[in-house]
Design a binder for this molecule. Structure first.
Ligand SMILES: NC(=O)c1ccc[n+]([C@@H]2O[C@H](COP(=O)([O-])OP(=O)(O)OC[C@H]3O[C@@H](n4cnc5c(N)ncnc54)[C@H](OP(=O)(O)O)[C@@H]3O)[C@@H](O)[C@H]2O)c1
Length: 252
């Protein structure tokens, strides 16, 4: 029996990941501020279990209790794989450093970096005694490796996630029942994040035209296609822990 904990399931890539997981009859814990009733309906049609936490992850003090509760629902006898997918993310503020409000900087780094650290920390702690396969998947971005003006916060947070992947791998590989950690960049995916980029001010985001052109030319990846690629990587244990993977370089 496989369990997935997926953040940011109300739209975009996270919703597509949850759909795929449900259709494979796996059990899923979904977390986002907005409820997603379509996922609930899909889970009941597929006769599989879904737990939905309508929660703002930036309310960080609730995270240990949340992961505690999630683990209390996991069947110790039947589980053979548990996967946390750190998917929730924001792109705003799309602005040069020097033009941002302090609170917007704090919120961005909280969602994109601090929350994944807190979730991973609790996941590692709570799953320590589980002998089954265990994964933490950090949804990264090409922006972790490539700087873009206007994306100082986004690039820095995603680069931080990639380094977390590499360092946690070093820590976990000495453990009796290690957690495998991967960073996966999904490519350019047709989601609300892309809509927000197309609405950005050109002065704040000089690369805006590149993203507008990709959209006009229908070159954005469908979220379901990206989700299928991510789940294929997760189930393929030839991808070693600590790997930083760009889906665009993985043959389908
Ligand atoms: N789209 C792309 O081209 C692209 C490329 C590379 C990487 N990514 C990454 O893919 C991931 C998913 O983004 P997306 O493109 O699918 O965008 P999206 O449609 O805007 O999805 C973002 C998700 O994150 C959730 N979220 C944001 N803040 C949250 C908070 N404080 N608490 C709980 N949930 C929160 C949102 O839910 P609520 O608003 O309901 O809370 C939403 O479900 C992100 O990590 C993004 O950086 C996307």
């Amino acid at each position: 029996m496989k369990y997935f904990i997926i953040t940011g399931t109300s739209s975009g890539l996270g919703e597509a990941l949850a759909k795929s997981v449900i259709e494979e009859k796996n059990k899923v814990f979904c977390i986002s501020r907005r409820m997603n009733n379509n996922l609930k309906d899909l889970a009941s049609q597929n006769k599989t279990l879904l737990w939905y936490y309508e929660q703002d992850l930036n309310q960080m003090e609730s995270i240990p209790r949340l992961i505690d509760e999630i683990f209390s629902y996991i069947d110790h006898e039947a589980v053979n794989e548990i996967t946390l997918i750190n998917n929730a993310g924001v792109v705003e503020p799309v602005k040069f450093l020097g033009d941002c409000l302090p609170i917007d900087i704090i919120n961005h780094i909280t969602t994109n970096l601090t929350v994944p650290f807190l979730l991973a920390n609790e996941f590692i702690k709570k799953s320590e005694k589980f002998k089954c396969k265990k994964n933490i998947i950090n949804i990264s971005s090409g922006a972790a490796q490539n700087p873009y003006a206007g994306w100082t916060l986004y690039c820095s947070a995603k680069a931080g996630l990639d380094m977390m992947t590499r360092t946690v791998n070093l820590e976990q590989k000495e453990m009796d029942y290690p957690v495998r950690v991967l960073s996966i960049a999904p490519g350019i995916v047709n989601t609300q994040i892309q809509e927000k980029l197309r609405q950005a001010d050109i002065q704040d985001f000089p690369m805006k035209h590149k993203f507008e052109k990709l959209h006009q030319e229908n070159k954005l990846t469908d979220p379901i296609v990206a989700a299928t690629g991510i789940l294929r990587v997760v189930s393929d244990y030839t991808f070693d822990s600590g790997s930083i993977i760009d889906l665009r370089n993985v043959s389908s």
